[in-house]
Design a protein. Structure first.
Length: 155
C-alpha cells in the first residue's frame, strides 16, 4: 500500500505515521473488501469478516484506551507501550497488505484486551440510546402540538 510514499527524513516519517497506523490497524478498508482482483483474490473477502469484527470493537478500543489513559497505572501503561512498540514498526515497514494482515495480530490481539476494558456493549447501548433520543427530539411535532392534538376551536 502507498507505493507513492517517500519517507526521506524524520519530518516525513512523523507526518506519515498516522496514515501508517490507520493502514496497520484498519486495512483492508470497507471499499476494498470485495475487490477480488489481484493476487489475494477471494481471500480478501474472507479477511473482511475479521475486519468487520475489528470495526465493531473499535469504539470499545477507544473507550478502553481512554480509561487506561485516564487512570494510568504502571502495568497498563507498560502494556500500551508494548502494543505501540509493536504496532508502529510493523505499520511503517510492512508494505504488503497480505503480510501486514498476518503480522498485525501481534498487536491486534493485545488491543482486544483494551477493547474489553472499554466495555463495548455499554458503548453500543449508550450509542443506541443517544440515537433514539436524537430521533425523538427531531421527530416532526415532537413536544409541539400538531393538528391531531390541537382542539378544533383553536386551529
Amino acid at each position: 500500500m502507498d507505493a507513492w510514499t517517500n519517507i526521506s527524513n524524520q519530518k516525513s516519517l512523523v507526518a506519515y505515521l498516522p496514515r501508517a497506523l490507520a493502514i496497520g490497524l484498519l486495512a483492508p478498508f470497507p471499499w476494498q473488501w470485495f475487490d477480488v482482483k489481484g493476487s489475494t483474490g477471494v481471500m480478501r473477502t474472507f479477511g473482511s469478516l475479521e475486519m468487520l469484527l475489528v470495526y465493531l470493537l473499535l469504539p470499545g478500543m477507544l473507550c478502553g484506551l481512554w480509561r487506561v489513559l485516564r487512570r494510568p497505572r504502571v502495568d497498563t501503561l507498560f502494556f500500551l507501550f508494548c502494543i505501540v512498540s509493536i504496532a508502529v514498526p510493523i505499520s511503517l515497514v510492512v508494505a504488503n497488505l497480505g503480510t501486514l494482515f498476518r503480522l498485525r495480530l501481534s498487536f491486534l490481539l493485545p488491543l482486544m484486551l483494551v477493547a474489553a476494558d472499554g466495555d463495548p456493549l455499554r458503548v453500543y447501548r449508550r450509542g443506541v440510546r443517544w440515537i433514539r433520543d436524537l430521533r425523538v427530539k427531531h421527530r416532526v411535532g415532537a413536544g409541539e402540538p400538531t393538528m391531531l392534538t390541537v382542539p378544533v376551536g383553536q386551529v
